[in-house]
Design a protein around this ligand. Sequence first.
Ligand code: SAH
Ligand code: SF4
Ligand code: F3S
Length: 475
Amino acid sequence: MENSHSTVQSVGENEQDYLSEVQRLNALYASKNGRCKKCFIDTYGCQMNEHDSEILLGLLVQMGYEKTDDLSKADLILLNTCCIREKAESKVLSHLGELRRLKNDNPELIIGVCGCMMQQVGMIEKIKTSAPHVQLLFGTHNLHKLPEFIYRLITNSEQQMEILPKETAIQEGLPTKREFPFKALVNIIYGCNNFCTYCIVPYVRGRERSRQINDIVEEVKNLVADGVVEITLLGQNVNSYGKDLKDGTNFALLLTKLCEIDGLKRIRYMTSHPKDLTEELIQTVARHPKICSHFHLPVQSGSSAILKAMNRGYTKEDYLLLVEKIRHYLPKAAITTDIIVGFPNETEEDFLETIDLVQKVQFDNAFSFIYSKRAGTPAARMQDDVSLEEKKERLQRLNDVLGDYAKAINETYVHQVIEILVEGVSKNNANMLSGKTASNKTVIFAGDAALVGQFVLVEITEAQTWILKGVLLEP
Ligand code: SAH
Ligand code: SF4
Ligand code: F3S
């Protein structure tokens, strides 16, 4: 069993019993067959899901499973799903179809589906009819019960299905198996209360629930003791952190406390909702060098009429003022965003307002999407007179403008010497390392793989639209 970069703590008492029992059965299996059982987790969607998968893997490793990246070797395959857009959902359904062959070849194989998609009304029935080879189904509110589900499956091979319609209390102390030894994702708030009219998240993740500040600080201290130098605090709206605790805790206070942890070098967070980003928070970021000066501030649209229809709670002017405020305190901060084109009835004029906003803000980077209708959301009931063709064409125009600014900003980095956290070996070239600046830009440079996880100085030599290239400076 691999032991690197795990934070092992105990799960609840009942689950601990199930976990120990599965562990015992899996150890028996391993001694009989000369191999450990293997698990494969396929993660779709955002960093919340990535983090949930780290917990699922943490539980599975404690149960005696070994991680594999080879589907054909897996004894257990889990799909941790996303339903933010239709495309995410159809990817899962087509992957499930492909897995039927593996199940036919190996009837012992357990195939499970969990995550946001499972929380949608009617999805269980849909999976049951379209993918009867799936034996395990659970949602976003009960992943801590994985040991119990697996125990029941391997002892009497019944189907296990449990979707809790409502959020449960936050489960502290679940084991995680992190992807990186030097950086970690830390959830600070679950759920969302904002109900943007296009968005499915509040329906599948429930209402906002903040973790206690001491639990978060403790977790981060443990991570740092384990070698972590960078954390990313996660929440659908991190600026809401603490509101539900009603004890005066807020996100700025949490950040200030985390900055006091020795050995922690970089703090990132996402996502900030523009309507809740306070001046206090901007000042906090400006005051503490450990907090990366990068604001991911999804604007969604530049048209105040569309923003109103989206229920975003700010106007184009409010957003521009906020950007001005950030630039006042942190002139060099990177600002990135998410934009949706083709929201129901978005006119060409609305779209041009978005282009105008992009030209005024000049984002470092952006994720842009074509609006996707999500059943059960208010926007799904709105009339829509914009054709898909037109939406695609708008997306292309938007991406061209976004790309031009991203490239221009990247060009200002050329000749600068910048501190990079080396994150890994480049995907396209084994002799090249890739790392991130504090402003979250990817930098590619030649260097020894032993530098992964360390901070190095790199002189930037070339700017492309979405990456920088550089030369490593000797220490
Ligand atoms: N909580 C974050 C966003 C989470 S979802 C926030 O409010 O900023 C990530 C992004 O997906 C959103 O910012 C939005 O741009 C996009 N998105 C959400 N629902 C969508 C939909 N129905 N169609 C297209 N894009 C969508
Ligand atoms: Fe969705 Fe809006 Fe909540 Fe973000 S803030 S998760 S876009 S409802
Ligand atoms: Fe998708 Fe759920 Fe995240 S719907 S974007 S995985 S919160």
